[in-house]
Design a protein around this ligand. Sequence first.
Ligand code: ATP
Ligand code: MG
Ligand code: ZN
Length: 457
Amino acid sequence: MAKKSTTEFVCQNCGATYMKWQGKCDSCGEWNTIVEEKQGGEGFSNLNTKSKGKMIDFVSLSGSSEALSRTHTNIKELDRVLGGGLVSGSAVLVGGDPGIGKSTLLLQLTASIANLPNNPQCYYISGEEAIDQVRLRAKRLGLENSPVHLASATDVKDIIATLEKSDASVVIIDSIQTMYLDGVESTPGSVSQVRACSYELIKLAKKKNFALFLVGHVTKQGSIAGPRVLEHMVDTVLYFEGERGHQFRILRAVKNRYGATDEIGVFEMQDQGLVEVENPSALFLAERQGNISGSCVFAGIEGSRPVLVEIQALVSPTSYSSPKRAVVGWDSNRLSMVLAVLEARCGLSLSSQDIYLNIAGGLKISEPAADLSVAMAIISSMTNKPLPPDMVIFGEIGLSGEIRAVNQPNLRLKEARKLGFNNAIMPASLKKDKKNTNYDISIHEIGNVQKLVNWFN
Ligand SMILES: Nc1ncnc2c1ncn2[C@@H]1O[C@H](COP(=O)(O)OP(=O)(O)OP(=O)(O)O)[C@@H](O)[C@H]1O
Ligand SMILES: [Mg+2]
Ligand SMILES: [Zn+2]
């Protein structure tokens, strides 16, 4: 009988495993990401097939269980993203591009919690930076007097032994890719190490009931480096995003077992660290210049709150054999769809035009409700006719050219009104909502993309 192999080949990008080496990962399509790794190790309790399993007890769904204990971090934007505060015993993965501000955010978070009146014990363990570097940052942020326990360590066994004896409330591991467990025979940052270290740390967090934050690096493709499995192991996954050169940073929940996803927190990176932005719409529209063709304002919803952003399009005759399409902040497939609908239903000829689309301010939008604003920005640029500067637009476009209703139109209108907009183009709603008229904003309902072109005549 063949001896059970003790090594496996693991894709460092997505975590897929293979029996033998191959150049390309079938699962994620990346080249040269598959690396040989030793299996198992002390990090994982191997199933002992000889001992019999115990019986498990089943209970009913009803019954008393402890209410979640949430700590308010004093950083409102962060509390919002976490679903209303930090849950004890939860594991949170924070991903983001290099230098985006992960360490800054988490240092501010620990300091903020450590300063709460009930004296929660906060531990900041850096595997990436030396003590002095973290101290320098703390000094720059004016946090050097906060009662945070700081250490520079990478051996998970030591970390666990130390935390076992502590009464930690919050533990930060910066970053999980620098941690290693002795029993696992592969380099720090490899899929097996990341998985094993996270497993042990999360187990301890549940046992000792502290909130655990793991910092995770992000690959070029924008997913957290190493195993996708890490995202399954934790309770909450937060992405810290932002465009280089912009001050704005957006913290987004992409998974949350204790709250809604797609909730965002908006920060501004300043010398003294990250500052909360209370009114993101005003910030995103700050640099807008009215009366310019190709620009329009989209009234969007991010999580539970409305956010107005400027959408900019530039359409110009192409000098290539196939026209260029470049998108920043939106889905390029979605753009292709909108363009196809405009060509097919409005008779616009776009195949000889380069099209650039930009969401101003560095926000990434995933809502289909932006379709209509994108279409309007494109037509406005093509015809070189500006839209009224006090107009917001939202609506989803279907393949037959129909404009579909989107969720929470009232919230969008209310925010628009608050920021001084007087006109709104939106889907024609079948059920007339009387409340709409209360916002003191003129509503122009559109049922089909064919009507869009009329706006520019
Ligand atoms: N002296 C400074 N003054 C102002 N801003 C600074 C200063 N030093 C750093 N920053 C800001 O902080 C950012 C780096 O933050 P931070 O180290 O928290 O990022 P990170 O996501 O942890 O990076 P890494 O991936 O390297 O760990 C820089 O990009 C810069 O914007
Ligand atoms: Mg860092
Ligand atoms: Zn892969």
